[in-house]
Design a binder for this molecule. Structure first.
Ligand SMILES: [Mn+2]
Length: 289
């Protein structure tokens, strides 16, 4: 007898939505992030619904809304389609899992939440500030700078897991100058992820709607080879999973995205299974609301 898998929870209707956004154009390192949504869906078939730690069965009904038609489109050209698809998903569901694609999907997602940007709180788990300059248009390396320029106040943003030797001094200065809460990998290791999340959520206590950008390249490259930006010495996968569970338990979190997974770089399905585990942790957190 085969066990029940997370994929078996997917149907036509559900309180939690899955939406794919297979955007690859605009990546600093061109690859195949467009393959990620189908890879994550396939890996969900390998995840059982039993949450051993809580002894609970995940039973949340999942609605798979399919993929936004952004294959081959630049981030600028795909902006409206992602924003509108996210808006529809968020209107009809308590929580939406947006499967990128590269990190360029985060900007249109923030615009699809249904409230003005000044009422949005954004938490990123990312090795990078994503504060590259915007004069060449939106790409996967600048969604945070784009959102600041769009009107998202820096005080509404917390960035967790920033890596050394993977960013510039200007990005760091600009992020802090904008009021962004900056939490490095060393902060996470020294303080523990719970304390860091306490502070981040405290800073965003009065924001109406929260979204979390899980750029999977924050994870240690030895545990997550399938992301071009992942580096040795990154966040332990277990810490990433714990953060996912904790943040998904927050009622105000209406959207989580998973970005930068490139299945063409994967080794032994390590990254695909990590992404599927992330989805499970999100559902476990959601179930505890
Ligand atoms: Mn990123």
């Amino acid at each position: 007898m085969s066990w029940k898998s997370i994929a078996d929870l997917i149907g036509a209707d559900g309180e939690v939505a899955i939406l794919g956004a297979p955007m690859e154009a605009g990546s600093v390192t061109p690859g195949r992030c467009d393959l990620a949504p189908e890879t994550v869906r396939a890996a969900l078939r390998r995840m059982s619904t039993y949450d051993l730690e809580t002894r609970r069965e995940i039973g949340t009904a999942l609605a798979d809304l399919g993929d936004v038609a952004v294959r081959g489109l630049s981030p600028a050209d795909g902006f409206g389609a992602i924003r509108d698809a996210v808006a529809g998903a968020v209107r009809g569901h308590a929580l939406t899992l947006l499967l990128g694609g590269n990190n360029a999907v985060t900007r249109p997602a923030a615009h699809g939440l249904g409230v003005p940007l000044d009422r949005v709180g954004l938490i990123t788990l990312d090795a990078h500030f994503d504060m590259r300059e915007t004069d060449g248009g939106p790409m996967n390396g600048n969604p945070i700078r784009c959102l600041l320029e769009d009107g998202l106040p820096g005080w509404n943003v917390c960035q967790i897991g920033l890596a050394p030797f993977a960013n510039t001094a200007k990005m760091h200065r600009d992020a802090e100058g904008a009021g962004i809460g900056v939490f490095t990998l060393a902060d996470c290791a020294a303080r523990g992820i719970d304390a860091v999340l306490d502070e981040a959520l405290g800073r965003l206590a009065h924001k109406e709607v929260l979204m979390v950008d899980f750029d999977i390249d924050v994870i240690d490259r030895a545990q997550l080879p399938g992301a071009p930006g992942a580096r040795p010495g990154g966040m332990p996968a277990a810490m990433f999973f714990a953060a996912a569970r904790r943040l998904a338990a927050e009622r105000r979190v209406r959207l989580v995205d998973l970005t930068e997974l490139d299945p063409s770089l994967d080794v032994g399905n390590l990254s695909a299974l990590a992404a599927a585990r992330w989805a499970c942790e999100i559902l476990a957190g959601y179930s505890s609301r």
